[in-house]
Design a protein around this ligand. Structure first.
Ligand code: HAM
Length: 418
């Protein structure tokens, strides 16, 4: 038997209601903040991700699903959306149509990571990107939207961590300072950190290894070396978060796994999902549009992992959905009435009711059991003595009341169900 690929999951009908509930909150919160949905292709030219996310990042160096198509072009299944959204923004000159573009998305991403709870190879993200503004209010808006969506899902154990990486020039100066600090400890670093020392030194703060952690404990922090403008920007982000009532903590060791960030970065972490606890992450990326061939246009955004969020919701029992109900189940009491039952069902369905009927030639008792199992609000009983008199019986499954109708008076039946 062929099974699903490791790290991929089927979302079965029993789980779809939760996904739809989440999506409806996502659509409504982004709508309230005036973000418009954008859909971009699931695969792009490989170079797009290498240039935006960064060659030395884990995502690009070891996690991308990259393949040559039949014409020999190197393509990659998107590991994230920011690159694709920025590509589309440049390609369609969206900046010519309006100065500030507020965009959001929801869809599958692909990373060849080691699968574990909360970490998949195909996973879903929702997220937003605001292109065209450097206002710290936009940074705060991203964090607020992410927080509001999680809060509306009923999640409580949330920690918002924010940091500023400053502009590239102050960051470069800081990297030298960090390098100097680390030099005497170099031999004690883990192999992975030794590698990152050269390629992506900030990521040493991400190590979970005890020896690295001890060395990084007293490392100089980027925030102490920020230029004045970045500090002022960061201060305004914090003020705006206070104004929005979003609780946060500054974590100067927060570094993100993608290279495009400048200034603000943030993550929202859950206390109820184990080690893969980052529900979302994002930040500002003022150099990315230019890097990808567009004008010098600033951007800020975030993305959130839906599987992890739903896992947190489940662990916190953060919301409960009502069982799905069917408006009407049509029970045929005897054979030979299939077409009447079917026609009746179609007519009600076309009027907007959810209707089902028996397709398995079941006994009346089994049909009633089925009506109960699928939470039918009403049952229409067709057949028997009533039918001979030209009547059908509508039974209210909630209070048990029954009412007879002329068998062709569908309008009256419809009105009592609706
Ligand atoms: P990211 O931190 O790589 O950022 O991913 C965002 C979120 O996606 C994570 O916090 C996590 O919840 C979820 N996620 C990532 N990898 C996996 C995985 N293998 N399995 C399950 N969930 C996962 C970005 O993707 C950036 N594009 C965010 C951004 C947008 N920055 C600016 N704009």
């Amino acid at each position: 038997m062929i099974k699903s690929v490791a790290g991929t999951r089927d979302i079965l009908p029993a789980d779809i209601a939760k996904w739809k509930h989440l999506q409806s909150i996502v659509d409504s919160v982004f709508g309230n903040f005036n973000y418009k949905e954008i859909r971009t292709p699931i695969f792009e030219e490989t170079a797009l991700f290498a240039r935006s996310i960064g060659e030395a990042t884990d995502i690009v160096s070891k996690e991308m699903y990259t393949f040559l198509d039949r014409s020999g072009e190197s393509l990659t299944l998107r590991p994230e959306m920011t690159a694709g959204v920025v590509r589309a923004f440049i390609e369609y000159s969206l900046d010519k149509k309006q100065n500030l573009n507020k965009l959001y998305y929801i869809g599958p991403m692909f990373r060849q990571e080691r699968p574990q709870a909360g970490r998949f190879r195909q996973f879903y993200q929702f997220g937003a990107e605001a292109l065209g503004g450097n206002d710290p209010l936009l940074d705060a808006e991203m964090i607020t939207m992410a927080y509001d969506i999680l809060a509306q899902l009923g999640l409580k154990k949330l920690w918002v961590k924010i940091n500023s990486l400053g502009v590239p020039s102050s960051r470069e100066k800081y990297k030298n300072i960090l390098r100097q600090y680390l030099q005497p400890y170099f031999e004690k670093l883990t192999a992975e950190s030794k590698k990152r020392f050269d390629t992506n030194i900030l990521r040493l703060f991400d190590s979970k290894e005890e020896t690295d952690l001890m060395i990084m404990e007293n490392a100089p922090l980027l925030i102490e070396y920020l230029d004045d403008e970045s500090l002022e920007h960061f201060e305004k982000v914090k003020q705006a978060l206070l104004a929005a009532g979003v609780p946060f903590e500054v974590n100067s060791k927060l570094v993100r796994g993608l290279d495009y960030y400048t200034n603000t970065t943030f993550e929202i972490v859950s206390g109820s999902v184990g080690s893969q606890s980052a529900l979302c992450g994002g930040g500002r990326y003022n150099g990315l549009v230019k890097e990808l061939g567009g004008n010098d246009i600033p951007g800020v955004g975030f993305a959130a992992g839906i599987e992890r969020i739903l896992l947190a919701c489940e662990n916190e029992k953060s919301f409960a959905l009502e069982d799905e109900k069917l408006d009407l189940f049509i029970v045929s009491i005897e054979k030979g009435l299939e077409n009447f039952a079917y026609r009746t069902a179609i007519q009600f369905r076309r009027k907007g009711l959810s209707v089902d009927l028996d397709y398995l030639s079941r006994s009346v008792k089994a049909q009633m059991r089925e009506a109960n199992r699928i939470n039918a609000k009403y049952v229409l009983l067709i057949g028997g003595e009533e039918f001979e008199k030209g009547e059908i019986v509508l039974k209210n499954m909630i209070n048990g009341e029954q009412k007879n109708f002329a068998k062709d008076d569908l309008e009256k039946i419809f009105l009592s169900i609706r």
